[in-house]
Design a protein around this ligand. Structure first.
Ligand code: FAD
Length: 358
């Protein structure tokens, strides 16, 4: 991208684009990439089958199309234990352990092109945007509504970037690679989509740093001691990174929100809208997209919960508690966003030049 297009402070945040790129490339991305490969962070518990509460008359719902859209359920040894199960008011997921849940090894199921496209996919995005977070008009005064739109748009950008970064170029020979044209058509042509990606990254990063005491002391117990010590140490390095603290100490300032007279009402309204978005993930028509859709929406819901529902560090009733799955979702979401930012930063200028020359 031209340097002037994405320079200065990321809108509504507290750090600039250049800082995000350099801190992400040098510190955050390498740590996150390693962290998500540890046994604790690579297993996600999810209800995979389609259980869509919307469009009940539609027999086409959740039809699995292409083989690349199916989740690989292979697991190696893993143990889940010891985390408090409490409800997250921002999501509609039932996190209690039951037979409907499947454990998935995320490393075997990278987020990439699945062939899920057409009216079914379009309907989900349309429902998300039109029913739940209508694009804010310029001059919109309600900052909080704008936040929800930008978070969803940023997540959407990140999903599209992963599709472009790992695309099935030739079905016959099963050749995978980058589809830079698609990246341009879906993302780079629209600078606000890139900006929303940076915004979402900083928002989630702020949630992680705000939960730093909790995440630093949490037990990363997968049953594999050496790997769990490694996860703990990587998490500690992520949370206590002097470069991050010096360059971008407050990635997003949540204290500015919900201050108006209608604060509590508005919060409730947006919480309900986010729950609807979470429920829509049950309608996503390809299994692997559903997996990553659910994980990332749970990660966003966890970030919202950390930033907006936990007010007092000192009041024990208000103290932050997270599900194990929420921590896994939050960290994997941050990693996905970090990968997208890195890809846009590294490939963006080249792609824009190529497209201009066409
Ligand atoms: P879409 O991406 O479907 O976009 C629909 C419309 O939304 C666009 O026309 C535009 O008006 C608007 N829009 C697009 N991007 C943004 C943005 N960033 N901000 C604001 N508005 C925007 N496919 C895969 O191959 N792999 C996956 O892992 C995958 N995961 C998915 C997860 C979910 C939750 C959903 C709903 C879909 C997923 N899909 C996945 C499908 C994929 O997102 C696209 O829907 C599909 O590739 C068709 O793309 P499209 O070009 O029609 O535009």
């Amino acid at each position: 991208q031209d340097s002037h297009k994405y320079s200065g402070i990321v809108e509504d945040c507290c750090c600039d684009y250049e800082t995000v790129d350099s801190i992400n490339g040098a510190v955050l991305n390498p740590l996150l990439q390693e962290l998500v490969t540890t046994p604790f962070f690579r297993y996600f518990k999810v209800k995979l089958w389609c259980d869509c509460p919307f469009w009940p008359d539609d027999g086409m719902l959740c039809q699995e199309g292409k083989p690349q859209g199916t989740v690989d359920r292979t697991l190696d040894s893993k143990v889940f234990r010891g985390w408090v199960e409490i409800d997250n008011p921002w999501t509609s997921d039932d996190e209690t352990d039951n037979g409907e849940m499947t454990y998935v090894n995320l490393l075997l199921n990278p987020e990439r092109y699945t062939g899920y496209t057409g009216p079914s996919a379009r309907r989900i995005w349309d429902a998300i945007y039109s029913e739940n977070c209508p694009k804010y008009r310029s001059g919109e005064i309600c900052q909080e509504k704008k936040v929800l739109y930008k978070l969803i748009s940023g997540l959407h950008s990140s999903i599209s970037i992963h599709i472009a970064a790992d695309y099935l170029l030739d079905e016959k020979t099963n050749m995978w690679g980058e589809n830079l044209e698609l990246m341009y058509d879906r993302i780079l042509r629209y600078p606000d989509r890139v900006r929303n990606l940076y915004f979402t990254f900083l928002f989630v990063l702020r949630a992680v740093t705000k939960a730093s005491d909790y995440l630093d002391q949490a037990e990363y117990d997968s049953g594999n001691h050496a790997e769990d010590v490694k996860a703990q140490s990587l998490m500690h390095q992520l949370l206590n990174n002097p470069k991050l603290q010096a360059a971008c100490p407050l990635p997003f300032d949540e204290a500015k929100l919900w201050q108006g007279q209608n604060g509590p009402e508005l919060k409730q309204q947006i919480q309900n809208q986010f729950k609807n978005i979470s429920a829509l993930m049950d309608c996503v028509g390809c299994e692997k997209c559903r997996l990553w859709g659910k994980l990332q929406v749970l990660g966003l819901g966890t970030a919202l919960n950390i930033l907006f529902s936990v007010n007092s560090q000192n009041d024990p009733a208000q103290r932050l508690q997270l599900h194990r799955n929420e921590v896994i979702a939050l960290v994997n979401l941050l990693n996905r966003l970090s990968e997208s930012i890195k890809f846009v930063h590294e490939k963006g200028p080249l792609v824009e030049r190529l497209m201009k020359d066409l």
